[in-house]
Design a protein around this ligand. Structure first.
Ligand SMILES: Cc1cc2nc3c(=O)[nH]c(=O)nc-3n(C[C@H](O)[C@H](O)[C@H](O)COP(=O)(O)O)c2cc1C
Length: 244
């Protein structure tokens, strides 16, 4: 029943994206929640967030001295194609941006942390409708996606930001693989996510169970997918409140 409700929500959203699209490229989905003024959009996001330069990033080899790692999962970086038409992109300031990645970049800009894209052996469908079913099946089967990216220098980090979309009122299964791979004992885990109405669901409690010896911040950052473009100031204020 829940799944039906979300499916209807996603279908409605997809329909509204198509209806409200104002891009000159008709194959590019455009968020219905785009801010009106492009100057507003530009000030709320770091300049580098477009599809061309937001390839999966793994900075975890300890190139810098940062003790902050910003790990994130987004289907858009695990779909095997640079599919700008994918449902995992939203249009911000005329650029196609992955939503979780957009938040990740905002946190990087504020904290100087290093990025780590959680990469899977699984190739996720670029088509939004197919992804919905695919993810439901993975959850039903309690699948553990095999991860192909690995944090090289875990001991360097004492703070791990972890970003993910809400999928079926839960974390994507790749996040279970991620938390089962690492022991974050003694570290601080700070969750952030994007959603379409369900906020974090119970994912923070799930992370607490998976990492019982870590400090998991319950004051994570969550934002509706429609408001990601405007989230820059809120992200900065949230980080400020946490002392970053
Ligand atoms: C497979 C799938 C399941 C989803 N399930 C939910 C859900 O249960 N609750 C919700 O609020 N949003 C749900 N969403 C919406 C996503 O959380 C939202 O689109 C998110 O911003 C996607 O992030 P991304 O653009 O980085 O992929 C779902 C999206 C997908 C693709």
């Amino acid at each position: 029943m829940k799944r039906l409700a979300v499916l209807l929500l996603v279908i409605a959203l997809t329909a509204s994206l198509t209806a409200c699209g104002n891009s000159t490229n008709s194959s590019t989905p455009v968020s219905s929640s785009q801010p009106a003024a492009s100057s507003q959009r530009e000030t709320s996001l770091p300049a580098s967030q477009n599809a061309e330069d937001s390839e999966p990033v793994d900075d975890s080899s300890g190139k810098s001295e940062s003790n902050i790692l910003i790990a994130y999962f987004t289907a858009g970086e695990n779909s095997g194609v640079d599919a700008i038409a994918s449902a995992s992109y939203t249009n911000i300031g005329g650029s196609a941006v992955r939503r979780v990645r957009a938040l990740t970049d905002m946190i990087e800009a504020e904290t100087g942390g290093e990025l780590f894209s959680i990469q899977t052996q699984t190739v996720y469908p670029a088509d939004g409708g197919e992804l919905i079913d695919f993810a439901a099946e993975e959850q039903d089967q309690n699948v553990r996606s095999e991860l192909t990216s690995h944090i090289e220098n875990l001991e360097q980090y004492d703070t791990i930001f972890i970003g993910y979309p809400n999928w079926w009122y839960d974390m994507p299964m790749a996040l279970y693989s991620f938390f089962e791979e690492y022991n974050f004992s003694g570290k601080t885990i700070i969750p952030f996510n994007t959603h379409n109405g369900s906020r974090f669901s119970n994912t923070i409690q799930t992370i607490e169970q998976l990492e019982p010896n870590a400090t998991v911040m319950e004051d994570g950052f969550t934002v509706s997918e429609q408001n990601v473009a405007d989230a820059g100031e809120d992200v900065a204020a949230w980080l400020d409140g946490l002392g970053y």
